[in-house]
Design a protein around this ligand. Structure first.
Ligand code: BGP
Length: 470
């Protein structure tokens, strides 16, 4: 659809950027923090670990000052559950509360809206040892943790995200590392874990609305629209299969109170549907989010399954690289889109398409909580970083977002990945996303000095103009 006039970005649009605790903070053994699964899982040996990361724990004041100079109106970060409750439940660690109280105060000082993710992949290891999300007791632990967060920060934080990329954790469990011994859980167990996370999320959203009626809360999902590889009806069905199983099933439960019918049929047929106890349906029905948070990196292109083992690609997949599933779908190439050097599809028009689909399904305002391009940025001798590829990527996505706004999609804000360089779970500091360069290498920490990249100055101008020249 072409328009004679584009709608402007909303007046109080949340121009921001994102990080997550384990990827930015470091200080993994400091001030009483407990171990999370991220600390205990196996990760590739040739990339940076999370011990120091970008040292944000010690440098948050300097970082937030740089975010303020960038003009950020919102900073999306996550709380490490293990800083607040080192054992996942029980004793509260005051120093953990103090750290996040300080981060929030620092944001407020500059008029930056904190957008807080409660759980970004880093489940307390003490809970994992007791069965993790397979154990229903973890639902109570999450509610206990949420109540502490709402009590302590509820009056200063307006926007909350429950769980980051539940669909990534369930469908690509290896994407956040592997338990020692490298064994991935069975699918049936993953869908049971998923059910428990859904219950935990629903209870937390309900509690939130009771405790902080003026606040806003929502899930943050990784959403990716799917194209059929050809106009063959079988390809369209396969693309729909995977779009439902990968995306909409995870957004339907919090918004509509139950699983997508196609996903439920799939799980039942394969004997992997979760055990549902009496009262579960009511819990799911009884809660609703105020908005939908969306992480968008790519679209995918899908062909009909051939019904044999060749449906499943031999390479390793990740949250954006589709693997295929026998009898469901097979991945296909798309000659009309680009690719990053890590194989992630680059598709700005697909962003508009995904936004339209998500809004059409849920009619909830959308907050973008991730979007961006990973690259091995280069620090020049004069301290500059010429990341024109990042500027182009974000510019093209924002242009498409403006078209989506003109299409009628209600947008709350844009928080790309990442505010500052963080550890990429698989590629460490060889793959960077930030507007601010952190001078360290995989194993040489150097001085961890901060350098604004070219994209920083470009984004500063975009925010200043409220996106009017996009
Ligand atoms: C998302 C995660 C983020 C971040 C991002 C980039 O799925 O929510 O935590 O890691 O992907 O991923 P990567 O660093 O693997 O390129």
């Amino acid at each position: 659809m072409k328009y004679s006039k584009l709608k402007p970005f909303p007046e109080h649009f949340l121009w921001g950027a994102s990080t997550s605790a384990y990827q930015v903070e470091g200080a993994v053994n400091e001030d009483g923090k407990g171990k999370s699964i991220i600390d205990m899982y196996e990760h590739p040996a040739d990339v940076a670990d999370f011990a120091v990361a970008s040292d944000h724990y010690h440098r948050y004041k300097e970082d937030i000052r740089l975010f303020a100079e960038l003009g950020m109106k919102a900073y999306r970060f996550s709380v490490a559950w293990t800083r607040i409750l080192p054992q996942g439940t029980g004793e509260v660690n005051e120093k953990g509360l103090t750290f996040y109280r300080n981060v929030i105060a620092e944001c407020r000082k500059y008029g930056i809206e904190p957008v807080v993710t409660m759980y970004h992949f880093d489940l307390p290891y003490a809970l994992e040892e007791k069965g993790g999300w397979l154990n229903r007791a973890t639902i109570d632990a999450f509610v206990e943790y949420a109540e502490i967060l709402f009590e302590n920060f509820g009056s200063n934080v307006h926007y909350w995200l429950t769980i980051n990329e539940q669909n990534t954790m369930i469908l690509h469990p290896g994407a956040i590392g592997l338990p020692k011994g490298g064994k991935l859980p069975e699918k049936k167990d993953m869908y049971q874990q998923n059910h428990h996370m859904m219950l935990a999320q629903a209870r937390v959203m309900k509690l939130f609305h009771k405790m902080i009626p003026e606040g806003k809360i929502g899930p943050a999902l990784n959403l990716t629209a799917m194209y059929p590889a050809t106009c063959a009806p079988e390809d369209a069905i396969a693309a729909h299969n995977w779009e439902v199983l990968r995306c909409w099933n995870f957004a339907d439960v919090p918004t509509k109170g139950w699983y997508h019918p196609l996903a439920w049929s799939y799980m039942e047929d394969r004997g992997i549907a979760p055990e549902v106890l009496e009262g579960d349906r009511e819990i799911l029905k009884d809660a609703a989010p105020d908005f939908l948070a969306m992480n968008y990196y790519s679209t995918a292109t899908i062909a009909a399954s051939k019904g044999d083992a060749s449906d499943v690609a031999a390479r390793a997949g990740d949250q954006q690289i589709m693997l295929g599933e026998q009898g469901v779908y097979r991945p296909a190439e798309n000659p009309y889109v680009g690719k990053t050097e890590y194989g992630w599809v680059v598709d700005p028009v697909g962003f508009r398409y995904t936004l339209r689909k998500a809004y059409e399904r849920y009619h909830l305002p959308i907050l973008i909580t991730e979007n961006g391009i990973g690259a091995p940025d280069v620090l020049e001798a004069d301290g500059s970083i010429h990341d024109d590829y990042r500027i182009n990527f974000i510019k093209e996505h924002l242009q498409q977002m403006r078209l989506a706004i003109t299409d009628g999609v209600e947008m709350l804000g844009y928080c790309p990945w990442a505010a500052i360089d963080v550890v990429s779970t698989h590629q460490g500091y060889r793959k960077r996303y930030g507007f601010i360069y952190v001078d360290r290498e995989e194993f040489d920490l150097k001085e961890l000095k901060r350098y604004p990249k070219d994209s920083y100055y470009w984004y500063q101008q975009v925010i200043r103009e409220n996106g009017s020249s996009l």
